[in-house]
Write a protein that binds this ligand. Structure first.
Ligand SMILES: Nc1ncnc2c1ncn2[C@@H]1O[C@H](COP(=O)(O)OP(=O)(O)OP(=O)(O)O)[C@@H](O)[C@H]1O
Ligand code: SF4
Ligand SMILES: [Mg+2]
Length: 334
């Protein structure tokens, strides 16, 4: 495994109490794999990213039974070694809202040159040559290196940020909501580009999104997060063909699919729980149309439901009936 997290927990401490934003998450990403992490806003996706990249604020506490990258224990690594050996060189990030994170008063290429030189001892001229190569990988013309960010479209700025993240050909590229805020055509082009980058550079990719359509098109395996937990994880085709968790069934209903264009979209009623006061039992219990009394007593165990598949629902024995009922609007909105 390239990256392995077991029982990852992140708590934000505040004067009015704590928020357990990630609560016992297991995650494993292999070599040359695209792993998609999907879930509604506030379920803890960016917190996972920040925990991996040490970008959490000082108020956050991170704990894990295992947090390993290649053969290194990430929790034991000093901040200096993490910055010098791992950050950008081995694990690079395209942050959420990346297209807005370029400095508007500096030329785009110069900013990437600066970032490269902050992590290596190469000359400005060599770094600039590298930026031209990187622009080529993400499909930006060499002359754009000397343009200002406002001369780029949103999609081009996003690609420039991806170029920056590829500077050292990291083994793992983390992209937090790379397509959010872009129009549909630009999103499509960007996803095509991400697939090409993966083929050309060979990095594994951790792709974070709230949009399961993006995951369906790009990821090899998918983790579905809800209220700080991984509720289902599976290779992408079987996850969409036959979900095992009611929340995944709800997400599938709520998003359009190219395989099923005429289908009426069904939203999941309600909203995710307040993580400063999480429910007892299943995190999805308050919104789940299949909840039984037991669901509100104990947190469901994570169980294997097929090859490389897990689900955290107590009603796996009834999944056939649940899948049929979940396709009806009346099940969710009675
Ligand atoms: N710095 C912080 N201090 C306190 N709570 C935080 C902080 N950052 C995030 N949270 C809380 O942690 C939870 C998870 O937030 P996070 O940003 O990880 O979610 P997300 O899945 O990335 O959401 P989105 O899809 O909106 O980006 C939320 O309840 C959020 O309010
Ligand atoms: S454990 Fe119960 S409440 Fe949770 S998803 Fe399964 S059926 Fe629904
Ligand atoms: Mg986020």
């Amino acid at each position: 495994m390239l990256l392995e997290a077991r029982n990852l927990r992140v708590t934000y401490r505040g004067s009015n109490g704590s928020v357990r934003a990630v609560d016992g998450l297991d995650l494993a990403i292999g070599e040359n794999e695209v792993f998609g992490l999907v879930g509604e806003s506030g379920c803890g996706k960016s917190t996972v990213v920040k925990a991996l990249l040490r970008l959490l604020p000082p108020t956050a506490v991170i704990e894990a039974d295992v947090l390993r990258f290649k053969d290194q224990d990430l929790l034991a690594l000093s901040p200096r070694r993490f910055r010098g050996e791992i950050l950008m060189r081995q694990i690079a990030l395209v942050p959420q809202s990346a297209q807005n994170s370029l400095n508007p008063v500096l030329r785009t290429g110069a900013q990437i040159v600066e970032a490269i030189r902050a992590h290596s001892r190469i000359t400005a001229a060599k770094a600039r040559e590298r930026v031209v190569e990187l622009f080529d990988i993400v499909g930006l013309q060499p002359e754009l290196v000397d343009r200002f960010p406002h001369e780029f479209s949103g999609g081009m700025r996003q690609r420039a940020m991806i170029a920056m993240s590829l500077a050292f050909e990291p083994a793992l590229l983390v992209m937090d909501e790379p397509t959010t805020g872009l129009d549909v055509l630009v999103q499509e082009r960007l996803l095509g580009r991400i697939r090409e980058i993966r083929a050309r550079v060979g990095s594994s990719i951790l792709l974070i999104t709230h949009d399961i359509g993006v995951i369906a098109e790009t990821a090899d395996r998918v983790g579905v997060m809800y209220a700080g937990q991984m509720v289902e994880c599976a290779p992408t085709p079987p996850l969409f063909a036959e979900p095992w968790h009611p929340y995944t069934l709800g997400l599938k209903n709520a998003f359009p699919s190219i395989l099923d264009l005429g289908r009426e979209l069904i939203s999941i009623p309600g909203s995710p729980p307040d993580l400063s006061n999480p429910p007892i039992g299943c995190g999805f219990g308050e919104r789940c149309p299949f909840a039984l009394d037991d669901c509100h007593r104990e947190r469901p165990a994570v169980v294997a439901v097929g090859p490389e598949r897990i689900s955290a629902c107590t009603r796996t024995a009834d999944i056939e009936q649940i899948r049929v009922a979940a396709a009806r609007k009346s099940t969710w909105h009675s």
